[in-house]
Each structure stands twice: as C-alpha cells, then as structure tokens.
Design a protein around this ligand. Structure first.
Ligand code: S5P
Length: 273
C-alpha cells in the first residue's frame, strides 16, 4: 500500500493546513522542539504531577492529564501547569473523554471543581452520544481557541471502537468541520481521510519500548510501529516514562529516549515515497 500523503509532509508544512490555533501550536512546537512525544502524567498528587512535568517538559510537545485522578486538585495546580506549559513550550491535553449529551458536557467542560476549559488547550470526547457532544463542547472551547479530538479507536483489547464505529466517528468530525475538531485518538491514520484530503492530527496511546501490555488489557507498540508504520503524529506514553525506576534523572532520560525514537520514526517516514 502506498503511504498516506499526509505522512509524507513535514509537521512544519502542515501548520498552514489548520485554522484552529491549538492545532497550529501543536505542529509548531513539534517542529521547533523536534518532538512528537506526549507524556501522560497519570500520578495522583499535584506535587508528583508537576515534578514529572518539570522533568519531561523539554522533551515533549504535549502533557496529557487526567485531572480527576489528582487527589489534591486545585486551580493553583492548573495555573502552575499553564505556567510550565509556557516556560517549557508544550500544549496541555486533558484526557477527559467526555461522553454525554451536549448540555451536560458543556457544563463538565466549563464548570465543577476542574474548570477544564480554563486551562486545557486540548481535550477529547467519545462520539457515542452523537454530534451534539461536539456542539456542546465547541460552544465553550472554540471561543477560547481550544481544540477537541474524538476517540475513533482505542488501544485496549476488545474495544468496541472499530470498523463502522471508527468510520462514523470520522464522518462526525468531517461534518462538524475542522475549526474545533482537529483530529483523533486512533491506532493508525484513518484511511478514509484520503478522500477529503484534510489534515487530521492522529494521536496514539499504547506506546512502550519495554512492555507489550498490562494485566488490564492495555496493548503497547513501539514508536516505530506507531509513527512509521501506522502513520500517527503524536505518541502518548505514560508508565513507560513516569513509571521508570531510578529517580528524577531516569525519568528525564527515558523521555529523551522516547523523543528520539519518535522523531527518528518520523524522519524515516518522510523519506518513504
Ligand atoms: O485508547 C486509548 C486512549 C487513551 S487517551 N488508550 C489509552 O491508553 N489512553 C490513555 O493513554 C490512558 O487513559 C492513559 O492515560 C494513557 C496510556 O498510559 P500508559 O501508562 O499505558 O502508557
């Protein structure tokens, strides 16, 4: 199979193919810092999370959070995260996986303890409720220049987000337009986007250099498989980096190792014709 055209374009040339300010910024950072690595900071205290971010910040284009697992979450934490995102030049992706009707998700996004829209550049949603979820989130996020990605596939074994579901998710994004929805969580670049010629960002979790999976269904592939073979743009790594034994320096070094692997896979991909 010939490579998907988008996978042959450098990140720098794809910036102009986006109108959403967060999508542009992601591609600009990737190009500037030579990184397609997102670190998923799945630790349970604010201090630990900020510590991991300080260690990996220089190596990443994106930090992914699950704000609802942080026991002592406060808006001071999110303010510090925003400060670090400016100093260390990365985008904040809150992995909220919204999955309700438009009215409810707009409140979950803007209100409550977390006020996600006030600090997260990017968030994500399941397509299962239908297009109202995009409308609800966009009323809050779009005026702030935020962006949304949809979960088209998942990395876990037995996921129901396959085949027709994946295709319909893609169609839902196409129908919504690319002002707010800028891409997908997926395991590979979705073939059908050849037909509309649009540049969607593909972010892939389930990336690990050591383990092949965990005991709860997670499945890992290498950066080479994800970026090189499957044509994804951003690799999302959690435990493979923050869970490494050996202290602060080890986490920093491991982030660099993944950054280099991801970037090498991208550079090799650009050479394929
Ligand atoms: O399909 C998915 C989608 C997501 S966003 N599979 C995933 O694993 N994720 C998230 O990526 C998951 O919630 C976790 O935060 C991260 C993977 O973590 P790791 O420790 O397995 O690398």
């Amino acid at each position: 199979m010939s490579p998907h055209p988008t996978t042959l374009l450098p990140y720098s040339e794809r910036i102009q193919l986006h109108t959403n300010p967060t999508a542009k910024r992601i591609l600009e950072i990737m190009d500037r810092k030579k990184t397609n690595l997102a670190v998923s900071v799945d630790v349970t205290t604010a201090e630990e999370a900020l510590e991991v971010v300080r260690r990996v910040g220089e190596s990443v284009c994106m930090v992914k959070t699950h704000c609802d697992i942080i026991e002592d979450f406060t808006l001071a934490f999110s303010e510090e995260l925003v400060k670090l995102s400016k100093e260390l030049d990365f985008v904040i992706f809150e992995d909220r996986k919204f999955a309700d009707i438009g009215n409810t998700v707009s409140l979950q996004y803007s209100s409550g303890v977390h006020k996600i829209s006030s600090w997260a550049d990017l968030t994500n949603a399941h397509s299962v409720p239908g297009p109202g979820i995009i409308k609800g989130l966009s009323t809050v996020g779009q005026p702030l220049g935020r962006a949304l990605i949809l979960l088209a596939e998942m990395s876990s074994s037995g996921s129901l987000a396959v085949d027709g579901y994946t295709k319909q998710t893609f169609q839902m994004a196409k129908d919504a337009g690319r002002e707010f929805v800028v891409g997908f969580i997926a395991q590979s670049r979705i073939d059908t986007d050849i037909s509309d010629g649009e540049d969607w960002l593909i972010l892939s979790p389930g990336v690990g250099l050591a383990a092949k999976g965990d005991s709860l269904g997670q499945q890992y592939r290498t950066p080479k498989e994800v970026v090189g073979d499957a044509g994804a743009d951003v690799i999302i790594v959690g435990r493979g980096i923050y869970g490494i034994k050996g202290g602060e320096q080890a986490v920093k070094d491991e982030a660099e190792r993944y950054r280099k692997e991801g970037w090498k896979a991208y550079e090799e991909r650009l050479q394929r014709q």
